[in-house]
Design a protein around this ligand. Structure first.
Ligand SMILES: Nc1nc(=O)c(N)c(NC[C@H](O)[C@H](O)[C@H](O)COP(=O)(O)O)[nH]1
Ligand SMILES: [Zn+2]
Length: 167
């Protein structure tokens, strides 16, 4: 029910607040949840894992690592009905050498070839500050991943996301 979504998004925002502010990106938080049981599988925030990592990417890295796998094989161990809550819509364009999170989410397939991440709950769309319009939502939906906006925390999410930006 909507209150559950808001509760999970609040926890994702708690993660975003852990992210070290930077002028060149946003502080974002994410939560991986098993939709069948409501269990929180993993949490993450921007730059939590080594390298120029995104919040969604950190959730996948950490969950895979807990199962002794590299991030690109996380689909093999995610529950069949996994969802991700992210305070900001997944990126569709990264600075050089990084795979966008949209592509990371789309490739989370199980051995049966079926998607493991079925829904993306997002707190805000990405402000067009770094990469222009983010076409990520359209691409996710084209691949059968439903994107749902969870209203109510937009102001706080953006305040936290832009903490490192000069005012
Ligand atoms: N959904 C999302 N999760 C994150 O953890 C994060 N940092 C962003 N931020 C989007 C922003 O557009 C990019 O972070 C900048 O464009 C810089 O790109 P890099 O991160 O250096 O590849 N977006
Ligand atoms: Zn990303």
């Amino acid at each position: 029910d909507p209150n559950d979504h808001l509760q999970y998004m609040r926890l994702a925002l708690d993660q975003a607040q852990e992210s070290p502010p930077k002028p060149t990106n946003f502080c974002v938080g994410a939560l991986l949840v098993d939709a069948d049981t409501g269990t929180i599988l993993e949490r993450g925030y921007t730059l939590e894992c080594e390298g120029n990592t995104h919040a969604e990417q950190c959730c996948l890295i950490k969950f895979a690592k807990a199962h002794g796998l590299p991030e690109e094989r996380v689909g093999e161990v995610l529950p069949a009905d996994t969802v991700i809550y992210t305070t900001m819509e997944p990126c569709n364009k990264r600075s050089v050498g990084n795979i966008p999170c949209v592509d990371r989410l789309i490739r989370t397939k199980g051995p049966d070839g079926r998607l493991r991440i079925k829904k993306v709950y997002l707190g805000v769309k990405e402000p067009e500050k770094f990469v222009g319009a983010n076409e990520g939502i359209a691409k996710l939906q084209q691949h059968g991943i439903e994107c749902i906006h969870v209203p109510g925390l937009e102001e706080r999410i953006l305040q936290v996301a832009t903490a490192g930006h000069e005012t």
